[in-house]
Design a protein around this ligand. Structure first.
Ligand SMILES: Nc1nc2c(c(=O)[nH]1)N[C@H]1C(S)=C(S)[C@@H](COP(=O)(O)OP(=O)(O)OC[C@H]3O[C@@H](n4cnc5c(=O)[nH]c(N)nc54)[C@H](O)[C@@H]3O)O[C@H]1N2
Ligand SMILES: Nc1nc2c(c(=O)[nH]1)N[C@H]1C(S)=C(S)[C@@H](COP(=O)(O)OP(=O)(O)OC[C@H]3O[C@@H](n4cnc5c(=O)[nH]c(N)nc54)[C@H](O)[C@@H]3O)O[C@H]1N2
Ligand code: SF4
Ligand SMILES: [Mo]
Length: 766
């Protein structure tokens, strides 16, 4: 193995001497797939050679559509949506098609590296896997002896995160495991559902789209939020003449297809939701039978919204009272085939659990639950876990895949503790609410040591400086760590600060645990490699086992390779890998989506067995038992509220360097209302620098002067503004919303981080 001093800013150095590792993935498991077929005479040129089909789950975004991957002579030529997969339904979004380009990105991390320069300098030395893992094991054991296993935090995202943020963390004994897909994304909708229905609603919003007649989208911008299935669903609803209501300060892609666009003043949605309830109740347009049978607290809700008139809300939301009344009645007229979809990224203003409760309450008033064209119940798939000794910490890191769990203690109960008795260090729920760990709250203990120090961090598939607000604080925190391990595929900015960098093989080059999803039709999907890992990269499952065995956790990794692990799980449902492949990579099971599937039993898991319109848990814990409107922070004079969101061809901050996707949208733009641009003497296409309320600057970014956004706000696509020279296409392109989010407002109920109380002004022309 070459031992060149190298810098991640110099990729060409890194590449030398490493090609020998290609294909030689020790223990990586054989390539999966159906028996190869040879093309026959007469096939077109692109079908000559040995054709192999493998099954996988797209990892270009957390939606995880099932895919079929075709290789010809060991090279991936084509990815299709798996027709058997309930999410893909045979289709893919452009990012899914970009997977081959993501894998072939020449800027990828290629070998394990140990830091030789200062943190942040990006100077590394290549080492062997043994050396890297021995070094990590030594560091972890030192922290454990000195401070206890709880002093190691584990962050994880993307489809391999179970091995790290769940399995490894729980086996090792730390409750400080967190996913950015929780407190920075959906934890408020999960917590609100737990409080209202007794179970989290799950990252796969259980909407029975096929029969839906009227959909309301509150800041969930399907079309730009390019989740394959949702785009199909919305397009189908539009095609059959259903009603679309969008509430967004911006004329989003979804708004362009809508019957009603409500350009709401940002942060005032709860006032709108309360007024909608007022109208539905006043007009007696609610579903009295449903409320009688399945809810508690209706009288208190009636009282609560009595004065929340459309006129009251109009003042707050900057929407006409008449539009509020009209849209409420339109929803109710279509009920129960009408609903407000929960949405996914709901961490907005720090008041998010209450807003999400209000969303659920309206759906319940309309009786839009448990029937066709309503919210349905998700069922967890039936399959056994691999049988293992009890974990050191019980309680997983949560995240998007959370599913209804009848054994769940509910929102009240003890927080998970490590073996030396320390509870989670995020300090959010103060021992009474059980929500998932708030990732951003684990940064402070790395600096202050309060409530106890976090000295080690394993960061798996989490874009530490682009997904977590307060970047300068995060940088200070990682400077303080005793051990910082990054497991990634690309040289993102935080990689330059890691002590040890472990390059993972991408999803097209590796196995993973089975993807088992709670769904209307629960299902189990396979991820198997289509090609061998490139360079000297390894699959995450292999890394977790190799590290686990070095830190005395061998009893948690007893399987002989991944196929043994997967076959053992599959045998619990009378299947195995060959059978799963023969079935097209997916096993679909039967769900219980509607009330009629429960034989008169209540599907709700609250103490009362009913939907808690009035939340006694919130009352007991000192929170508002019914949703109250709390105004967001106001912009300082001369500043705009900074809004952000998705672009259809990019995922977060991870695809900007992907050759095929970078070509389609190479840099982000700042949407600025045309009247504001005229006042400031700025024009479309001009580049500007931005400064936020705390004096943080970023840019340059190109202006998009448009009527499609309110004058009080600006908007940019999240994920640009990379400052890693190792990213040869994305480096220096556009601006980073995350860097300008130098503060956040904590939602005290769910622990989620509201990012939208940040404000920017145009500091200068660039
Ligand atoms: N400012 C701001 N912050 C946000 C958001 C926002 O809109 N703005 N959105 C929030 C939301 S909704 C979410 S869900 C989170 C997403 O948070 P992240 O998942 O952190 O977002 P990504 O930028 O996709 O970062 C993924 C990281 O994993 C790496 N990676 C990609 N594939 C693999 C792989 O196969 N293996 C390994 N080991 N690593 C891999 C990438 O290089 C990158 O470093 O961010 C949240 N944070
Ligand atoms: N192409 C693409 N699609 C994705 C992803 C991706 O990275 N790329 N990520 C996936 C993931 S994990 C998630 S969580 C989802 C996120 O997708 P969404 O749930 O749609 O969330 P955001 O991207 O944050 O969208 C923000 C929208 O809310 C609007 N908005 C801002 N402030 C307010 C407000 O105060 N009130 C209202 N009513 N609206 C407001 C913005 O103008 C914008 O249209 O996307 C998923 N789909
Ligand atoms: S929505 Fe697109 S990127 Fe996300 S998993 Fe599906 S195909 Fe892949
Ligand atoms: Mo998300």
């Amino acid at each position: 193995m070459a031992r060149a001093e190298l810098s991640i800013t110099r990729r060409q150095l890194l590449k030398s001497g490493l090609a020998a590792g290609a294909g030689g993935a020790v223990g990586a498991g054989a390539l999966g797939g159906a028996p190869a077929s040879a093309a026959t005479a007469g096939d077109p040129w692109y079908r000559t050679g040995e054709i192999r089909t493998t099954y996988n789950v797209c990892d270009m975004c957390p939606w995880h559509c099932g895919i079929v991957v075709h290789t010809v002579d060991g090279e991936i030529r084509k990815i299709d949506g798996n027709p058997n997969d309930p999410k893909a339904r045979g289709q893919l979004c452009p990012r899914g098609q970009g997977g081959i380009s993501f894998m072939n990105d020449p800027d990828r991390l290629q070998a394990p590296m140990v830091r030789t320069g200062e943190r942040g300098e990006g100077k590394f030395q290549e080492v062997s896997w043994d050396e890297a893992l021995d070094l990590i094991a030594q560091g972890l054991n030192q922290i454990k002896e000195r401070s206890g296993p709880e002093s190691v935090a584990v962050f994880g995202h993307n489809a391999g995160d179970w091995w790290w943020a769940d399995h490894f963390a729980q086996a090792w004994g730390t409750p400080n495991a967190a996913k950015p897909s929780s407190a920075l994304c959906i934890s408020a909708s999960e917590e609100a559902a737990e409080l209202t229905f007794g179970f989290p609603i799950g990252g796969y919003e259980p909407v029975d789209w096929d029969e839906l007649q009227c959909v309301t989208l509150i800041g969930t911008h399907i079309g730009e939020d390019a989740r394959n299935t949702k785009m199909q669903d919305l397009a189908n609803l539009h095609g059959r003449g259903g009603t679309i209501i969008t509430v967004d300060p911006r004329f989003s892609s979804a708004a362009t297809k809508a019957d009603h666009w409500l350009p709401i003043k940002p942060g005032t949605d709860t006032a709108l939701l309360l007024a909608w309830m007022h109208v539905i109740i006043e007009e007696e347009a609610y579903n009295a039978d449903f409320i009688e049978k399945w809810t508690t607290g209706f009288d208190r809700l009636v009282e609560h919204v009595a004065d929340k008139t459309p006129e009251w809300a109009a003042e707050i939301t900057d929407l006409p009272a008449e539009q509020i009344r009209e849209t409420a009645l339109e929803m109710a007229a279509n009920a129960p085939q009408a609903l407000i979809v929960p949405g996914r990224h709901v961490a907005w203003y720090g008041t998010d659990t209450q807003r999400m409760r209000a969303v659920y309450l309206i759906n319940v008033l309309m009786g839009s639950y448990g029937c066709e064209g309503c919210l349905h119940f998700n069922t967890a798939p039936y399959i056994d876990d691999y049988s293992l000794p009890p974990y050191q910490v019980e309680g997983s890191a949560g995240g998007c895949a959370a599913e209804p769990d009848e054994d769940d203690d509910g929102p009240l109960g003890d927080l998970p503790e490590g073996p030396t008795g320390k509870a989670r260090a995020d300090g959010v729920q103060e021992s009474f609410l059980q929500g998932p760990t708030a990732l951003q709250e684990l940064i402070e203990p790395m600096i202050t040591g309060d409530p106890y120090p976090i000295e080690g961090l394993i960061c798996y598939g989490t874009n530490l400086f682009h997904s977590v607000p307060m970047v300068e604080r995060t940088k200070e925190a990682v400077q303080n760590l005793e051990l910082f391990v990054a497991i990634d595929v690309l040289p993102m900015e935080h990689i330059a600060y890691a002590d040890v960098v472990l390059p993972e093989a991408t999803y097209l080059e590796r196995h993973d645990d089975l993807y088992a999803l709670a769904h209307k039709t629960p299902y189990i999907a396979l991820r198997e490699p289509a090609v061998s890992p490139m360079y000297d990269t390894r699959p995450g499952w292999w890394i977790a086992k190799a590290l686990g065995e070095r830190v005395g956790l061998e009893q948690y990794f007893p399987w002989d390779g991944i196929e043994d692990y997967l076959n053992t799980r599959l045998r619990s449902i009378g299947s195995d890998l060959d059978d799963l492949r023969a079935r097209g990579g997916i096993i679909v099971q039967e769900g219980k989506p509607f009330f009629e599937d429960f034989d008169g039993e209540s599907p709700f898991l609250t103490d009362s067995g009913k939907v808690e319109l009035y939340s006694s848990v919130l009352e007991e814990t000192g929170h508002d038992p019914l949703p109250e409107y709390e105004p967001p922070d106001e912009a300082p004079e001369g500043y705009f509220r900074l809004l952000y969101g998705r672009h259809p061809v990019h995922t977060f901050a991870k695809t900007q360097n992907t050759p095929a996707l970078s070509k389609r949208y190479p840099e982000n733009e700042l949407w600025l209302n045309a009247s504001q641009a005229a006042d400031l003497g700025l024009s479309d296409g001009q580049r500007v620098m931005l400064e936020n309320q705390d004096g943080v600057t970023d840019g340059p970014i190109k202006l998009k002067v448009t009527e499609r956004i309110r004058p009080d706000s600006v908007y940019m696509v999240h994920g640009f503004g990379h400052r890693s020279d190792g990213l040869s296409r994305a480096g220096g392109q556009g601006a980073s919303d995350n860097r300008l989010q130098s503060s956040y407002t904590l939602d005290p109920i769910s622990g989620s981080a509201g990012l939208r109380n940040n404000f920017v002004r145009i500091a200068s022309e660039a």
